[in-house]
Design a protein around this ligand. Structure first.
Ligand code: TYD
Ligand code: MG
Length: 464
């Protein structure tokens, strides 16, 4: 018989190789290749000719919605991000940096759920029971009927949680299965523990939420398969020096992705932020050059954020570019487009860009606001205070349309903005008016028009 081949797996990116190496070829991390104990014994061979058991095929339409009544915690930011509550039998993974507030969020969520007649079990592999109790007391939730344990052995845990509706595992990296011969936190242990817990949870119709650690570049540690195994992946992000935290859904089998929930970390735990725009704009200095307001859209939720730019003369051969909360490559592109298509001399300057409040914006709709902030900073000319921007910029300098313009305009109007500079719409309708509160709209189709508005020295009003 052929000798069983060993496989090796990278514990950072999950890629499989036949040979051990000091450095992973696919993700370039060092010291992350380890033996894959689950696949060591399986020599791939074809299926034998023995017949299998017949499986029953069923029609598509026999769905009983009452079996899938979502568990709603009442923490609306959390419920919305999950797609409207936790689906029974679903597996959710929450990733985030250490100390960002994952344990706090989950403790608050289970306490809320336990008061809605859900039987909740909180298993902590990282903290002792008294530490969790102390936190609950601090959050004023000590009276919640949550069942608590400090344990890491998956076999013991699964034997003790029968009948629970919600199971929290904090964190999956501390769990281990006693008959697998590797340390907790290794790929084999993380993957197999998650597999066993999910299988058990699905069989018992129990929702399980895993906490997952992240690597230094923000990916959930352990193999990528962990993300494939669960139904929902949430990232809890934010800057530890800011009080805002964003819960973002990046995968959801039961709802929309890109949905976000906004929280504020306060002395008494996480507080929901129901009107993020007001808070993100609350500290804006309206008369400062280099500040533009972006009407962003996160999932289904419009949100106004402030884009701040600082452009300073540089003494360096390659000027500094420093970006917080946005994609540095995208900034390089906007700078190049501004210089090439409008003739502004900007690429020789040091450029600092910041999305205020510690939030991260990913959508290309931010391009126009960034360009406006850059031009305003370069010319030391403050933008009109009641103006919002959104639109994507192409390499030819064209301003492209983006999705859900009306939703963004409505949010801007609601917060008292009076002007909007947005991409030109294809169907030549007269400028749109937002019904509730009138907002004047200037449509532009090229970045040159934006820089002309500044050159006219009358601000955007010249174009309306
Ligand atoms: P924690 O939930 O332990 O983070 P994680 O599980 O993601 O590692 O959160 C710890 C941080 O939250 C800690 O730095 C203190 C802060 N915090 C507050 O500011 N207020 C609070 O009420 C609580 C419970 C924590
Ligand atoms: Mg924790």
């Amino acid at each position: 018989m052929a000798k069983a081949k060993k496989n090796y797996i990278c514990n950072q990116c999950g890629s499989v190789t036949q040979k051990w190496a000091g450095k992973c070829e696919s993700c370039n991390e060092w010291n992350c290749i380890e033996e894959d104990l689950t696949s060591a014994q399986c020599v791939p061979k074809g299926m034998s000719t023995a017949k299998g058991r017949k499986i029953e095929l069923a029609p598509l339409g026999e769905f009983e919605p009452t079996n899938y009544k979502r568990a709603i915690s009442g923490i609306s930011e959390f419920d919305r991000t999950c797609g409207g509550g936790l689906v029974p039998g679903s597996a959710t993974l929450i990733g985030g940096e250490p100390g960002i507030g994952k344990s706090t969020l989950l403790l608050q969520t289970v306490c809320a759920l336990s008061k809605k007649n859900q039987r909740c079990v909180y298993i902590s592999g990282e903290e002792a029971m008294d530490q969790v109790r102390m936190r609950a007391a601090r959050l004023g939730l000590a009276d919640s009927p949550v069942e608590l344990a400090s344990a890491t052995n998956v076999r013991d845990i699964l034997s003790s949680v029968d009948g629970a509706d919600i199971l929290i595992i904090d964190s999956i990296q501390t769990m281990y299965i006693d008959n697998i011969d590797s340390a907790p936190g290794t790929v084999t242990q993380v993957r197999t523990s998650a597999q066993e817990i999910i299988r058990h949870a699905k069989a018992k119709n129990m929702s399980v939420i895993f906490v997952g650690h992240v690597t230094k570049d923000g990916q959930i540690a352990g193999p990528r398969v962990l993300e494939h195994m669960v139904d929902t992946v949430l990232h809890f992000e934010g800057d530890r020096s800011h009080q805002f935290r964003i819960l973002r859904s990046v995968k959801n089998r039961f709802g929309a992705t890109d949905e976000i929930g906004v929280f504020e970390m306060a002395g008494e735990g996480l507080r929901e932020v129901l009107n993020p725009s007001e808070i993100f704009l609350s500290q804006r200095n309206q008369n400062a050059a280099g500040s533009a307001v972006l009407a962003a859209l996160e999932g289904s939720r419009p949100m106004l954020v402030e884009v701040q730019a600082l452009v300073a003369p540089s003494t360096l051969a390659s000027p500094r570019r420093s970006v917080l909360g946005w994609d540095p490559n995208r900034l390089a592109m906007i700078v190049a487009v501004l210089e090439t298509r409008t003739g502004l001399q900007i690429s020789g300057c040091d450029i600092f860009l910041n999305i205020a409040g510690g939030i991260r914006i990913n959508e290309p709709a931010a391009d126009l606001a960034v360009a406006a902030a850059l031009i305003s900073a370069l010319q030391n000319n403050p933008l009109p205070p009641e103006t919002v921007f959104f639109g994507e910029i192409g390499l030819a300098g064209e301003v492209r349309q983006i999705a859900q313009g009306d939703l963004r305009l409505k949010e801007a109007a609601k917060l008292g903005f009076r002007e909007a500079i947005i991409p030109k719409s294809k169907n030549k309708k007269p400028p749109r008016k937002v019904a509730a509160n009138e907002i004047r709209i200037s449509e532009i189709d090229h970045i040159q028009m934006l820089s002309d508005m500044f050159a006219s020295n009358q601000g955007v009003k010249a174009y309306a």
